[in-house]
Ligand binder design. Structure first.
Ligand code: NI
Length: 266
């Protein structure tokens, strides 16, 4: 599989699952904007079978390397971002994993049990990043219990290995050059924006501004029946040049921490 095929497969899964994505993509396309992606984000668990190193593998083998790391103390998560060594237009890959060892026995046991239940050979496959829930139908009761302790754990339990979000590169826009303009347009069309830590996370001084819609609520089939829960969201990033004139390429931990909350219940 070549990199562009990986991006395409991820994009297809993401747009099929989340109806807002294609609508927003088309909205800006119809406004005449060129749409490129700043980054693609994944979540996982800190288990040697599926941790950041494992999720990053197909990308690292195709020219990506780790460039930055981020600690989310309160959410008990850790992340790294990866950039392509030679292609500056390739989207960054942002991968986090939940530090399950810092969570309750219940979370640790649940995560161990679902990973043990999965076909182990899938963890070694390049297809892991498209594999979704390898543990069969989730239980709503367990999802709700995980939610009380960690939204991140609950999301992973319900959705498994798949894209968490794509982020549009606002720097390539001609008309909607300000996040405020993008947010206002989306709100006027009925989308709900993530307000955690303010609608726009970060600032020009921090060299990165980000905003995102709240994740689409979609039907998920649990053992107890079908429930609507937040799945994935679309993000927008605007980067600024540093004193040397180079566009800032990393992430701001505090902003990323708030962006995670786009999958909160609402
Ligand atoms: Ni993001």
């Amino acid at each position: 599989m070549e990199l562009h095929q990986i991006y395409n497969q991820l994009w297809q899964d993401y747009t099929q699952q989340n109806p807002s994505v294609e609508k927003i993509y088309n909205l800006f396309l119809n406004e005449g904007e060129t749409i490129n992606h700043d980054h693609i984000a994944f979540r996982s668990f800190n288990d040697p079978r599926v941790n950041i190193d494992v999720i990053a593998k197909p990308f690292v083998e195709r020219g990506y390397e780790a460039r930055g790391e981020y600690h989310f103390t309160k959410k008990k998560a850790y992340a790294q971002h990866f950039e392509h060594k030679t292609d500056p237009n390739a989207p960054r890959i942002f991968i986090s994993h939940l530090l399950t060892e810092q969570l309750s026995d219940f979370v640790q046991e649940t995560v161990a049990s679902i990973l043990n239940r999965a076909p182990q050979k899938q963890f070694k496959s390049e297809e892991l990043i498209f594999s979704k829930t390898l543990w069969g139908k989730p239980k709503y009761q367990i999802y709700k219990k995980l939610l009380k302790e960690s939204e991140y754990a609950a999301w992973m339990y319900a959705f498994g290995f798949r894209v968490n979000h794509f982020a549009m590169k606002v720097n390539d826009f001609k008309k909607f050059t300000e996040l405020e303009k993008i947010n206002d347009r989306l709100k006027s069309e009925g989308w709900k924006m993530n307000q955690s830590g303010g609608e726009i996370k970060g600032s020009k001084e921090q060299l990165l501004e980000q905003s995102s819609i709240m994740a689409d609520k979609i039907d998920v089939v649990f053992e107890e029946g079908t429930y609507q829960i937040p799945a994935c969201y679309y993000e927008f990033t605007k980067r600024y040049p540093d004193k040397e004139g180079n566009l800032f390429s990393g992430f701001i931990t505090k902003s990323a921490d708030k962006i995670f909350e786009s999958t909160n219940q609402y």
